[in-house]
Design a protein around this ligand. Structure first.
Ligand code: ZN
Length: 108
């Protein structure tokens, strides 16, 4: 994992996106339907569920409502990118304390 503050600032995980204040854009490769998640709330959801925040893994947690309705099955063709666009989905965020502890853990 890249150390916070070192090297090129490219987030590869939901946590890193939050640490870098980048919004997380999830787009359906099939129909290009997309949503922009507030990264702190998204990280907290992943943390509570024990999900891996690596984008390569995290993308499998999302399914497209539009395609799924049309096809009658959960369509998981999500692609994750970073954006500075305004978040369209803001989930419950961690407390300030929880977030600070996570940052401390990350910096080591
Ligand atoms: Zn879709």
């Amino acid at each position: 994992m890249a150390r916070y503050g070192d090297g090129p600032k490219t987030a590869n995980t939901v946590f890193e996106a939050a640490a870098m204040h980048q919004q997380v854009k999830v787009m359906c490769i099939e129909c290009r339907h997309h949503a922009v998640f507030d990264p702190h709330g998204l990280w907290w959801l992943f943390e509570r569920r024990g999900w891996t925040g690596q984008f390569a893994m995290a993308r499998h947690r999302f399914w497209c409502r539009r395609c799924s309705r049309l096809q009658g099955t959960k369509v998981k063709q999500a692609m994750i990118t970073l954006t500075s666009d305004r978040a369209t989905i803001i989930l419950e965020r961690p407390s300030e304390r929880t977030w600070k502890r996570a940052i401390d853990r990350y910096r080591g």
